[in-house]
Design a protein around this ligand. Structure first.
Ligand SMILES: NC(=O)c1ccc[n+]([C@@H]2O[C@H](COP(=O)([O-])OP(=O)(O)OC[C@H]3O[C@@H](n4cnc5c(N)ncnc54)[C@H](O)[C@@H]3O)[C@@H](O)[C@H]2O)c1
Length: 403
């Protein structure tokens, strides 16, 4: 077991550039060995942060292959925009470097299979960095589901409901990748924040699997109106026509018969929500009002204006997930309410032990595949599209519960 973990970071942008400061540099046992970005200012700024934290100057490069060729590199974090994720992840696995990839959706099924096959051929591990799987409410619900409190799970919902109109419309000036995607694609482009935790609840790839989906997209009106209101009707960008529908709804059917509804909702005015919703024969959780309803006579519920519900927070004392129980004792830190820190702890523990990550290539391929499959379904008027079994039958007997 190694004392020091050497990490290379590829992609240091506006959204995830802060990870290094929040979740990596504060750890004494982790050394940033390389920083890589296409933009010089971003890689130099990252290197300066590493030195300011008291570490030696890292390799600074614009070419990820230089990073992967380094000796003594233990793990590489790929936090580029979505397009190069799989290409770099496969190159990293081939180089024998433990691979961690930020979230996104797949552009083709071929990419998803490439990921799985590269892992199987090289034996190198690859983790999808889905921080929402480490959310306290998500893990509370998972813990309660595992203890049977919700009965048999029947239906789940989730969403990526985040007003990104500013980020998307300012994409070219801010050197951000989303704008081109929204101009030319129409799909559930960001499925994993909500699907990841739901997949844990439903044992996807471990006794269950996603079998098919149907997706429909509303019209695209939000970005156009936003641009006119901010830049004027005569501006250059007012002429743009976005392909991406404002609200994309995807219904997934699972092998055990559960349904999942995913909603992508990123170009209309709204408050942030992942709309996490889990419903079984004996109870349900709803993120909308942060409540749990259990169909048990011993439960004491309060009238909250719409009916009798229990505040989800009141269940933490008894059912908080063990991961969060010890985390709260140690002290919550890092970004996104502490979930990023937990996620990176899981990554570094796995790297240190050379163990399989909690979110592996089979999870990654199946969750990411929803993007490209939804694109097909929308193009075909909501037609059902089969979701491949990336485990090649191993889901029938895989029993490990990573969370
Ligand atoms: N988990 C979360 O909560 C969360 C939050 C924000 C972003 N993200 C994810 O993080 C990733 C990055 O998002 P962002 O907002 O920081 O993007 P960004 O566009 O601001 O930054 C991406 C960076 O990657 C660099 N890059 C692109 N191709 C590269 C290559 N081949 N080699 C080296 N560098 C390359 C770009 O130059 C850019 O600086 C995305 O996958 C996004 O979905 C996750």
């Amino acid at each position: 077991m190694k004392d020091t973990i050497n990490i290379g970071i590829i992609g240091i942008g506006s959204g995830r550039g802060s990870l290094m400061k929040d979740c990596i540099l504060p750890r004494k046992e982790v050394r940033v060995a390389a920083v890589c970005d296409l933009y010089e200012d971003r890689r130099l700024d990252a290197a300066a942060q590493v030195e300011k934290a008291g570490q030696s100057r890292p390799l600074i490069s614009a070419d990820y292959r230089e990073v992967l060729a380094m000796k003594d590199l233990d793990v590489v974090l790929i936090a580029t925009g979505w397009t190069p994720h799989i290409e770099i992840a496969c190159a990293a696995m081939k180089a024998g470097v433990y691979t961690a990839v930020e979230v996104g959706g797949a552009y083709s099924l071929d990419d998803c299979w490439r990921l799985v096959r590269t892992h199987e051929e090289t034996g190198t591990h690859c983790m999808l960095m889905e921080n929402c799987c480490f959310g306290r409410y998500e893990l509370l619900v998972l813990n309660m589901v595992r203890q049977g409190l919700f009965g048999e799970i029947v239906h789940c919902q989730g969403g990526y409901r985040h007003d990104l109109r500013g980020e998307i419309s300012g994409g070219w000036e801010n050197r951000h990748y989303r704008k081109d995607n929204y101009l030319l694609r129409n799909c559930e482009n960001y499925p994993t924040h909500e699907l990841g935790p739901l997949a844990e609840v439903l044992d996807i790839n471990r006794g269950n699997r996603m079998v098919k989906l149907n997706s429909v997209a509303s019209k695209a009106a939000g970005l156009h109106e936003y641009i006119i209101s901010r830049q004027g009707a005569d501006s250059q960008d007012a002429k743009l026509r976005f392909a991406q529908g404002d609200v994309v709804t995807t219904i997934i059917t699972c092998a055990r018969g559960e349904t999942i509804v995913l909603t992508l909702d990123t170009t209309l005015p709204r408050a942030y929500s992942r709309a996490f919703h889990v419903q079984g024969t004996r109870g349900m959780f709803s993120e909308d009002n942060l409540t749990i309803f259990l169909d048990r006579q011993d439960e004491k519920f309060e009238f909250n204006g719409r009916g009798l519900w229990g505040s989800a927070d009141s269940y933490f004392e008894k059912y908080d997930h063990p991961l969060w129980k010890s985390y709260i004792e140690e002290g919550v830190q890092g970004g996104h309410d502490g979930i990023d820190w937990l996620e990176f702890s899981a990554l570094f523990n796995a790297v240190r032990e050379r163990a399989a990550p909690p979110i592996d290539v089979y999870d990654m391929a199946s969750w990411m595949s929803i993007s490209t499959l939804s694109e097909d379904s929308i193009a075909l008027g909501g037609a059902p599209i089969a979701i491949p079994d990336f485990t090649n039958g191993k889901w029938l007997t895989r029993k490990d519960k990573p969370f």
